[in-house]
Design a protein around this ligand. Structure first.
Ligand SMILES: NC(=O)c1ccc[n+]([C@@H]2O[C@H](COP(=O)([O-])OP(=O)(O)OC[C@H]3O[C@@H](n4cnc5c(N)ncnc54)[C@H](O)[C@@H]3O)[C@@H](O)[C@H]2O)c1
Length: 266
């Protein structure tokens, strides 16, 4: 048996109050890591921190908005002071709005850049100074399948997620010699609350309230285009994230790992 052992490591995960961030945080905790749960929704963050504690690791919740650079720096400084170190910074928090280019607004563009790109930047900036001081660390940033190829209806989203990959590659180049690995995870299609919001916007009126129409829309979106013909699960993504933050990927940096059933190949 080859175990993935994260015991003694400290990980911060943003947007971990639900969805993929929660699944990854609990996966890291199952591997033995202490996990710091960051989300704008404190109630959710606290609930996930309790779930992690039940797995036998230290965990703490923070209601920190990733778009607030000062608050992110303060949060990370406090974590390092309290937990003693920082091994993993997982910048996962993200938002989406479904709109065509024609209907999109500059306000939407700025909002998604603010959370999906500058939020990632703020997390990296706050973490790297500690990783430099301690001689290494791992950063994982959430991009998307829609950060690798264009996606209809995702005008504000795709540029923000493409940019995350650019930031990831440049940081990997500069920080590799300092023993800091920087990678991106590119999830495909997972039916988290974010996707339920997507379906609200893809369907109109009564159709959006009909569970059968919602299932049909979701399944047809996937089956037509995916070689493995199934959506991804939160666990699929969490497993890949665990690989990327663990010592199993010690020689992997600057990469964007697509976990998408083969929907897009690079
Ligand atoms: N679900 C998918 O199909 C999918 C596909 C590709 C990429 N992604 C990406 O994966 C990440 C997680 O997605 P998810 O599906 O779990 O979404 P989700 O909406 O279920 O969870 C996102 C979490 O981030 C939190 N959040 C939002 N803005 C924040 C902010 N400013 N500061 C701190 N926390 C904030 C939310 O409160 C929420 O708990 C996102 O970056 C998303 O873009 C998701």
């Amino acid at each position: 048996m080859v175990p993935i052992d994260m015991s003694g490591k400290v990980a911060i995960i943003t947007g971990a109050g639900r969805g993929l961030g929660r699944a990854s945080a609990l996966k890291f905790a199952q591997a033995g890591a202490d996990v710091v749960i960051v989300d704008v929704v404190m109630e959710n963050a606290q609930s996930v921190a309790k779930e992690a504690q039940a797995l036998g690791v230290r965990s703490k919740a923070y209601a920190t908005d990733v778009t607030d650079a000062d608050a992110m720096e303060k949060m990370v400084d406090e974590v390092v002071a309290e937990f003693g170190r920082l091994d993993v910074m997982f910048n996962n928090a993200g938002v989406n709005v479904i709109t065509s280019f024609v209907d999109s607004t500059l306000e939407q563009m700025k909002w998604l850049e603010d959370v999906n790109l500058f939020g990632v930047y703020n997390g990296c900036k706050a973490a790297v100074k500690h990783m430099l001081a301690q001689g290494g660390g791992v950063i994982l940033n959430t991009s998307s399948q829609a950060g690798v190829v264009g996606a209809k209806g995702h005008t504000p989203y795709t540029p923000s997620k493409f940019a995350v990959r650019g930031l990831t590659q440049t940081m990997a180049l500069e920080l590799g010699p300092k023993n800091i690995r920087v990678n991106a995870i590119c999830p495909g299609i997972i039916r988290t609350p974010m996707w339920e919001q997507n379906l609200d916007q893809m369907l109109e009126g009564d159709a959006a309230k009909d569970p059968a129409r919602r299932d049909e829309t979701f399944n047809s979106t996937i089956q037509a285009r995916t070689p493995l013909q199934r959506p991804q699960t939160e666990d699929d993504i969490a497993n890949a994230c665990l690989f990327l933050v663990s010592d199993m990927s010690l020689n992997v940096t600057g990469q964007s790992l697509l976990v998408n059933g083969g929907l897009t190949m690079t």
